[in-house]
Design a protein around this ligand. Structure first.
Ligand code: ATP
Ligand code: MG
Length: 327
């Protein structure tokens, strides 16, 4: 099926989400990029705001979307004090289509959707979330950059599933690395469970559920063990699992690097990802600690504008380049 922006032919339902085969998501010209980081304060919003500017400077049409539902602050990092519309207008049906609430930023080719703060928005109803996902995919931009909230709620995970590229932000500290691993585990098991549901076999779903708990089920500790056991029940299940796992290729962004030692912080997680989750990182990108970030925030100005020559700005430009070259 050819996806057509105007006709909105692809209804993104749960099965499509699960398989990652929704044509709207995977074949359209819009690149949805999810900026995630399960640990709070690791730099998701700093990176999203400045990355959007960097992409627009590379001549790409970009919209930065504040999806930190209930705790939005991307506007501050972009230096936008007031916004005519917010995501609340879309969630409360005050506007019909998401493109109606895209705000101008004053930066060429860059739009912005301000976050919503109505009570309960953090627990967006499933049908509302699907409507939002459809509308995000219909935006007429080259890149739709999602600044997501901390944590590993299904709201976060589902936006990650529909994105074409994921930037998983972590700092070199152990708690952040461990949170990143747990987030990936949630993501992998959610994708597996959703995809395997299609086989309509309770034994398979029970097995996947059991494998989450490695303490009680050490024989299913490694992903290879789970895949083999699935294959013994139904060969299609192991084939499907292998396909799902091959499709999960997060890009890790190691932020706030201060030393050479920090640069290697992702080695441990890469190992865990391979062995226990059966997935590989697409790339590991580095962003250095830079006082320019704090100074720019204090002035409510984006670093890319305030200090385009800073180390942080250069690192962000590298990420933008990677996104434009990665297919
Ligand atoms: N590379 C960096 N160098 C120096 N300071 C940084 C860097 N990256 C982020 N910071 C600082 O870390 C703080 C938190 O950043 P930010 O708000 O972007 O994190 P976040 O992951 O979006 O947080 P939350 O989980 O609350 O949404 C900010 O005050 C910012 O100045
Ligand atoms: Mg944030």
């Amino acid at each position: 099926m050819q996806w057509n922006r105007k006709q909105n032919m692809c209804a993104a339902n749960q099965a499509e989400l699960a398989s990652g085969k929704c044509p709207m998501v995977n074949k359209d010209p819009v690149k949805i990029v999810a900026v995630i980081g399960p640990k709070g304060g690791v730099g998701k919003t700093s990176i999203s705001a400045n990355l959007a500017i960097s992409l627009s400077r590379l001549g790409r049409k970009v919209v930065a979307v504040d999806l930190d539902l209930g705790a939005s602050n991307l506007n501050t990092f972009l230096g936008i004090r007031k916004s005519k519309y917010t995501l609340d207008d879309f969630v409360l049906n005050k506007v019909d289509k998401l493109h109606e609430i895209v705000l101008e930023t004053g930066i060429k080719d860059m739009g912005f959707i301000c976050g919503g703060n109505i009570p309960g928005i953090a627990n967006l109803h499933y049908s509302k979330k699907m409507k939002l996902i459809r509308n995000l995919s219909m935006l007429e931009h080259d890149f739709v950059l999602l600044d997501l909230g901390a944590g590993a709620s299904y709201n976060v995970v589902d936006f990650v599933i529909i994105s074409r590229q994921n930037l998983l932000v972590t700092t070199p500290e152990i708690p952040s690395i461990l949170n990143t691993y747990s987030f990936l585990k949630t993501l992998v098991f959610r994708r597996l469970a959703m995809a395997l549901k299609a086989l309509d076999n309770k034994a398979i779903l029970d097995l996947v559920e059991r494998a989450r708990d490695v303490d009680k089920n050490p024989h299913l500790k490694k992903m290879g063990d789970l895949v083999r056991t699935l294959g013994r029940i139904d060969e299609r299940a192991s084939d499907l699992a292998v396909e799902v796992l091959a499709g999960i290729r997060p890009t890790l962004v190691l932020n706030r690097i201060r030393s050479d030692r920090d640069e290697n912080a992702c080695a441990a997680i890469e190992n865990l990802m391979k062995q226990y989750l059966g997935i590989e990182a697409r790339r590991i990108l580095h962003v250095h600690e830079d006082a320019a970030v704090g100074h720019a925030i204090a002035k409510m100005r984006p670093v890319m504008i305030e200090r385009p020559d800073s180390v942080f700005a250069k690192d962000i430009n590298e990420i933008a380049l990677f996104l434009t070259q990665d297919t």
